[in-house]
Design a protein around this ligand. Structure first.
Ligand SMILES: [Zn+2]
Length: 139
């Protein structure tokens, strides 16, 4: 997509703790921290596993499949260049109950959305090697 066609988006501030999530899209992977001891997925990043307190955490890729947990449709032009309407959503990643990710839904209209609908990740390449994980209906 050309620079002019890409919608404005607020980009994440990269840190050593979170860049696996924002850069994994370069490999087509949606990545979160995973506990090497009990297998729990962790997002947002934390230095310890909330389940077993292990510090043996490393980024790993999920399938990219999720379900739509909740959403809101913004109709107000709050941000110049980020034109409404757009959908702000929380999706639950398939691999683990409670593994939630706040995102934008794309390639659909607000009218198409239903609770629990299957969605899948798509990546939008931005500057600085950031690949924003967005979600679209899994048709
Ligand atoms: Zn653990």
């Amino acid at each position: 997509m050309s620079e002019a066609k890409r919608p404005f988006r607020i980009l994440p501030q990269l840190t050593p703790e979170n860049e696996h999530t924002w850069k994994g899209g370069a490999r087509g992977e949606l990545c979160f921290l995973r506990c090497g001891d009990c297998g729990t997925w962790i997002h947002p990043p934390s230095p310890v596993c909330p389940e077993c307190l292990s510090r043996k955490l490393a980024p790993a890729a999920v399938s990219g499949r999720a379900r739509l947990l909740t959403w809101t449709v913004n109709h107000h032009p709050w941000i110049p260049g980020f034109d409404p309407p757009y959908v702000i959503a929380i999706v639950e990643i398939e691999e683990q109950r409670g593994l939630r990710f706040t995102t934008n839904l794309v390639n659909c209209t607000p009218e198409e959305l239903t609770m629990d609908m299957p969605v899948r990740v798509v990546f939008e390449e931005r500057d600085d090697g950031i690949f924003l994980p967005l979600f679209e209906p899994a048709r």
